[in-house]
Ligand binder design. Structure first.
Ligand code: COA
Length: 507
């Protein structure tokens, strides 16, 4: 064994268990359930799933796959193409897998990301046969040190019948010390989670494992796949400016200080761009209690804007990855990675009083938000952690561009075609045109604010007329039910949500 491998396997007995990815994949049988490490492309098991996909070309099989969130290295794409997935949970973000889900070639459970661990722990899901987790090293006392994400790896390792470790030599050894693994215990028997500040360490440095359960260690040498988010554009920068205006008003009203409150920001291009907006703001000494730490977070740390960031994965672009990985020590003491159950835990979100910023596909005139289903039926990615945060945060903010598909779709509609976040959970909606602060407002007060401040100007007359007609019908939350989803139907039939008469007025 090469000395560098030797160095990374502290526990002596485990040095005998090195196998190839093909051997490990050969242990997986049709009908089994796998718990894979990986969260938004970071820290995913890479070699064994790839070997399994290859093997399935000769010996077709289907497995259930549980993960932290989306995988990188095209694993979701390749698994979907190979047809080896029977059921997948709790999140994905791959175009091919999305298509197969929507064609119902594979089953998908779109789950709050903090819920998976509870369901696994309580044996409510099909048991996991193999946990396959990526590690940077294994300590002398047998702790698995994860790589760039923790995700659901600790609960998978605890509950799986057997464990396969992918020891990834390409992941920097310096990641040792960045993780904090805390096990909450069974429901009904647990104590409060002792985390009262974003930088509290409450657990162990790695994932404890019953050594007898480790079936094999596969040596790999492959970086995470870089994130693919688009850089900020004019619209996302405008959204960021409105967010900052809103936060300034909160400071002026004495509800926040210039240190704000711990921030959570969701996945995707919009959320990443919005965080960049904080770089040039007056806010300082910021704290982050989030899920995915994207490029913007590291720039905020570098600029001294963010004092400490807690997350459950680091998902970076190629250039940022190079910069961060060669300089990890600069982030020691400023960053921590926790299991997603802890990063997204309602108890902690409520206790810390987070400012939560996530992205909507569409919002309606009363404040309900759809983050997952295109036109109510077709899965985009999944709810991810947005629901964990939305229900419990101090301030629940949803951002979206006011229109999509070059203006053919209004992101503000009379009635969302699928509800992920109800009007009861949503405090503020922001688009590039402005923000609507919905706190303390009844439904009929909210609608005009959302229409006038957030909707695209081209759609405002159409929305105003819908709301006026709805008011005539009466009710606490007035609707013209037979027209409520007509916007989506019109798009399907005519390729635009615009009604012809408004289109003519516009010209
Ligand atoms: N109807 C149909 N499609 C829409 C739409 C709407 N109302 N609004 C946006 N879209 C499309 C865009 O056109 C774009 O399509 P493309 O990929 O073909 O170009 C796609 O949705 C993504 O939109 P974009 O504006 O680029 O936003 P994004 O990259 O920030 O992603 C979400 C937005 C909602 C898809 C993404 O944030 C998500 O999956 N959220 C749910 C999970 C979550 O919030 N997790 C964080 C918790 S911590």
């Amino acid at each position: 064994m090469e000395p560098c491998i030797f160095e990374r396997i502290g526990h002596r007995a485990l040095r005998e268990r090195i196998v190839t990815a093909e051997t490990a994949a050969s242990w997986i049988n049709d009908g089994m359930t796998l718990g894979l490490s990986g969260f938004t492309r970071a820290g995913d098991a890479k070699a064994v799933p790839t070997a399994l996909i290859e093997r399935a070309k000769q010996q077709p099989l289907k497995v259930d796959v549980y993960t932290g969130a989306s995988l990188g290295s095209d694993i979701d794409k390749l698994m979907a193409e190979a047809g080896i997935i029977h059921k997948r949970l709790p999140f994905q973000a791959d175009a091919t897998m999305r298509r197969k889900i929507n064609e119902r070639e594979l089953l998908f459970i779109d789950q709050h990301l903090s819920h998976t661990a509870e369901l696994v722990r309580s044996d409510a899901l099909k048991p996991i046969d193999y946990a396959i987790v990526e590690a940077v090293s294994i300590t002398e006392d047998g702790l698995i040190i994860p790589t760039t994400s923790v995700g659901n790896s600790s609960i998978f390792v605890e509950k799986a019948r057997q464990v396969i470790i992918e020891l990834n030599m390409a992941q920097p050894k310096a990641l040792y010390g960045f993780h904090d693994i805390y096990e909450v215990g069974k429901q009904g028997e647990r104590s409060p989670i002792p985390l009262t500040k974003v930088d509290d360490r409450i657990g162990m440095i790695g994932i404890p494992v019953d050594i007898d359960k480790i079936a094999g260690i596969v040596i790999t040498n492959q970086m995470d796949s870089p994130s693919t988010i688009a850089p900020p554009d004019e619209e996302t920068s405008a959204i960021a400016n409105h967010l900052i205006d809103f936060l300034r008003k909160e400071v002026a009203a004495g509800r926040l200080t210039e240190r704000l409150a711990p921030i959570q920001a969701g996945i995707g291009s919009v959320a990443n761009a919005v965080l960049y907006g904080l770089l040039d703001s007056e806010f300082y000494d910021l704290e982050v209690y989030s899920e995915v730490l994207q490029d913007s977070m590291f720039d905020l740390i570098d600029a001294g804007k963010v004092r400490f960031a807690s997350g459950c994965s680091m998902t970076l672009s190629e250039s940022k990855m190079k910069q961060v990985y060669t300089n990890l020590d600069a982030y020691r003491g400023k960053l921590i990675l926790r299991p997603q159950e802890i990063s997204n835990h309602p108890e902690i979100i409520r206790r810390l009083g987070l400012i939560s910023i996530n992205t909507a596909l569409e919002a309606d005139i009363y404040g309900n938000v759809n983050s997952t289903h295109v036109r109510g039926t077709h899965m985009m990615n999944g709810i991810g952690g947005s629901g964990d945060f939305a229900r419990h945060a101090r301030l629940t903010i949803f951002v979206t561009k006011s229109s999509a598909e070059h203006g053919a779709i209004s992101s503000i509609v009379p009635f969302v075609s699928h509800v992920d976040h109800t009007e009861h959970d949503v405090d503020v909606i922001i688009t590039e045109y402005g923000y609507a602060d919905l706190r303390g407002l009844a439904p009929v007060e909210r609608a005009p604010l959302i229409i006038e401040h957030c909707a695209h100007p081209d759609y405002r007359p159409q929305l105003r007329d819908y709301f006026a007609e709805a008011l005539d019908r009466g009710g606490h939350t007035p609707h013209v039910l037979e027209k409520a989803l007509l916007w989506h139907i019109r798009y399907e039939q005519h390729g635009t949500m615009r009604e012809e008469k408004y289109e003519l007025q516009r010209q």
